[in-house]
Design a protein around this ligand. Structure first.
Ligand code: ADP
Ligand code: ZN
Ligand code: ZN
Length: 733
């Protein structure tokens, strides 16, 4: 029996495919290398996952590998192991997991190494050149001369030197004087001492954090760097990475969103002379391939990227950093393969035997629980690195004050005061658009989305009604379509708050930051520049303003409405609200002046708010974790969610009910909850529902899923349903 190659293909089938070795003359592929194989009538690119000496497929039906695409495996041992683990843990087909870890261009068969075209003189050419030939073709002679002087040259160099050079090269090559070859692009590797500029002298707590992490550079350790915005976390990452680079290793840095943190990228560039590969969702396929190649070849010494960069190649890793580890963007919760990049970063570091640093001003409750149980080590940074004092937080009772356009009188007076003192003001509201509702005051009609259980949001400047859930986009009706009376926008969005502030403070320039303003990469930078230059005095924005950037002159932060989230059915809502408030509050007073934070609410006695104000995020987290323990929610139990959507409400529930029926007697310790319709039942024209699987024991949960899922897949209704499994879901219906 010949050697059999097991190949993972990008299909939803939970199995591998067997192939014979490529035809003789080709070097057989290694595990982790890509191959092109026949699949039915198609040709697909897959990854070798292993070798076997037996196949269950009859020998006559086995077909050989058509082409070996990689001499060096694109998935090295460490990354391969991580991806196998992820496929098992998230119960997702291996072929899709492996394909998802590679840039699109590589999935289509592009070379894993950058190549260039190099031209050189042949022997005949050298003889001719010495004789001053060819005399009658000056361009050809110049080309020959140039190659004699420089030995060889790549296409880019020749184009720069000669402009249109290809005709001359073709003529010379036809005479046999010059020849070309495709060779691997060689990039000069910078020296290992890569520090461009020195950082500031570290504060004692920063020093101990750096010392603790660097003492563990040769083994796995998970460190939680917990400090408010401005406490010097980034400086700690930079120092640790400096040590890693000096040791000849490489660093992987994961961030929530690169467009919003140009300052962070800039700090890495200023600090290190080492090449950086940057990976994020805004890249073209070609840019992504090129950044991936820089990481793969080892040219890049630091790889910085968003969620999927956790799968970037990183030869000789030295440390993995996850900045803002609590951020929900690290969780992929759409599409096929749903994973947590933060959790995978920890697994990757464990496999590689290197430290992982999880930094945040508001660590996730899961992360704090791992600290309490001594799996992770806490490194606190207590105060701000610069002189700035921590901001003071105050609640404004919306029931006791006049409110105009969402702004209470105390908030308006505070804004006036801070502007008069030359401060800048940040106004936070988690809702974009002009108003969340369009209402007819005569008959009570409210503009609905016909595809969702939701209202349409008024976008006044563009004259549109938009659904923020399905993307529906309609013209703003001038009158009520039901009774013909006038309609009016009700409630506040960032666009309207900007208008209200403009009327209240006509002398102050106002900037706005939300998804409507930021449409292309670079847009956010423009807004932030207006703020940091001091041209704009007030910034109105959504969640986007809570991330990463530094406005040293902001002295007042106003949270317009803290109440969304206080009464949500999702057990994670309080955590998210507390994180948002603390993160946005952290934008105040980062310069030399103390900041003030005002939080408007109709529920000033709500324990979440009072705890948070009295005891800070740590106090809130302690209470919240105790509540989770009592209710047996994660991290005190494990969850998986089987979800689906269908054209009718019945069909959505029917598939999940059948799936549940397959587990009439689940093993002890495993509970099935539901199925239930989603809180937003209808979305984008489909009905959504969910079945939760819960267990105190991770192992019991996964053993159950291993047995149950293949049966679920065999259900007839599974073929028609759009369903997915989400392990460790962070968004619950
Ligand atoms: P974080 O990442 O926690 O928000 P940073 O590392 O960005 O904090 O630090 C906040 C500011 O303080 C930055 O401008 C940084 O340059 C400065 N900084 C950090 N550490 C020190 C230090 N030890 N001495 C002086 N300035 C520092
Ligand atoms: Zn009406
Ligand atoms: Zn909709």
């Amino acid at each position: 029996m010949p050697q059999i190659f097991r190949v993972a293909l990008d299909t939803p089938l939970r199995r591998l495919f067997d192939y014979l070795p490529p035809r003789s003359g080709t070097v057989p592929p290694a595990v982790g290398a890509r191959v092109r194989v026949p699949f039915g009538r198609q040709r697909l690119v897959g990854v070798i996952t292993g070798l076997a000496d037996h196949s269950d497929v009859p020998a006559a039906r086995l077909r050989p590998i058509l082409e070996v695409l990689d001499a060096t495996p694109v998935l090295d041992g460490g990354l391969g192991k991580l991806l196998h683990w992820a496929a098992e843990y998230y119960h997702h087909p291996l072929g899709e997991v492996l394909a998802g870890a590679l840039p699109r261009a590589l999935r289509l068969g592009a070379s894993s190494v950058a190549r260039e075209e190099r031209w050189l003189l042949t022997e005949a050419g050298t003889v001719g050149a010495t004789a001053g030939e060819p005399r009658r073709a000056p361009k050809q002679r110049a080309l020959v001369e140039f190659l004699r002087e420089h030995g060889a040259a790549d296409a880019t160099t020749l184009a720069a030197r000669f402009g249109a050079w290809r005709d001359a090269a073709r003529a010379l090559s036809a005479r046999g004087w010059i020849a070309s070859a495709e060779v691997e692009l060689e990039r000069a590797r910078p020296a290992l001492t890569t520090v461009r500029s020195e950082g500031p002298e570290l504060l004692p707590e920063q020093s101990s954090a750096v010392a603790a992490i660097t003492a563990s550079l040769d083994r796995f350790g998970a460190f939680v760097l917990h400090g408010i915005t401005g406490s010097g976390k980034t400086e700690v990452y930079l120092r640790v990475i400096e040590q890693v680079l000096l040791a000849g290793r490489r660093a992987l840095v994961l961030v929530p969103e690169i467009g919003l943190t140009p300052q962070l990228l800039e700090r890495f560039r200023q600090r290190f002379a080492a090449p950086l590969a940057v990976l994020h969702s805004g890249l073209t396929d070609q840019e992504r391939l090129s950044a991936w190649r820089d990481a793969f070849s080892g040219y890049a010494r630091i790889v910085l990227g968003t969620r999927s960069a956790v799968f970037a190649p990183l030869p000789e890793p030295g440390v993995i950093v996850v900045d803002e580890e609590h951020d929900s963007s690290f969780k992929q919760h759409e599409g096929g393969f749903r994973y947590s990049a933060r959790d995978l970063a920890v697994m990757r570091a464990r496999g590689a035997g290197v430290p992982v640093v999880l930094g945040s001003a508001t660590p996730a409750l899961e992360t704090l629980h791992n600290v309490q149980t001594a799996r992770y080590r806490l490194l606190p940074l207590g105060r701000r690195a610069t002189q700035a004092r921590p901001p003071t937080l105050k609640l404004i009772d919306l029931r006791g004050h006049a409110v105009r356009g969402g702004l209470s009188t105390p908030a308006v007076l505070a804004i006036e005061r801070h502007l008069a003192d030359e401060g800048q003001v940040l106004v936070f509201l988690n809702r974009r658009g002009y108003a969340p509702t369009l209402l007819c005051t005569a008959c009570g009609w409210i503009a609905p989305c016909h595809e969702c259980d939701a209202r349409l949001t008024v976008h006044l400047a563009s004259g549109r009604l938009r659904c923020h859930h399905c993307g529906a986009d309609l013209p703003l009706p001038p009158r009520c379509p039901q009774c013909g009376f006038a309609v009016k926008p009700v409630g506040q969005g960032t666009e309207r708050v900007e208008e209200t502030l403009g009327a209240l403070f006509p002398a102050a320039a106002i900037a706005r930051l939300d998804r409507d303003v930021v449409r292309r990469p670079g847009d956010a930078e423009g807004v932030m520049r207006r703020m940091s230059s001091g041209e704009a005095r007030i910034l109105v924005g959504t969640q986007m303003v809570t991330k990463g950037h530094d406005f040293p002159n902001v002295t007042l932060v106003v949270v317009l409405n803290a109440d969304q989230g206080l009464f949500s059915t999702d057990f994670r809502a309080p955590e998210r609200l507390a994180q948002t408030i603390v993160q946005v509050a952290g934008r105040a007073g980062r310069g030399s002046r103390a900041g003030e934070v005002l939080i408007q609410t109709e529920f000033p006695d709500h324990p979440l708010l009072t705890d948070l104000l009295a005891r800070g995020y740590e106090g809130f987290a302690r209470v919240a974790l105790a509540e989770r323990a009592q209710a047996a929610w994660p991290p005190f139990s494990r969850l998986a969610a089987l979800r689906d959507s269908a054209r009718t409400a019945d069909a959505a529930l029917a598939f999940l009910a059948q799936a549940r029926g397959l587990a009439r007697r689940p093993p002890s310790g495993v509970r099935l909850l539901g199925p239930v319709p989603a809180a937003m039942h209808k979305r984008a024209g489909r009905y959504h529902a969910q079945l939760l699987i819960e267990s105190r024991e991770r192992r019991a949960l996964h053993a159950f899923l291993d047995e149950w899922l293949p049966q679920v897949e065999q259900l007839k209704s599974a073929r028609a349903a759009r369903w997915s499994l989400d392990v460790d879901p962070i968004e619950l219906y």
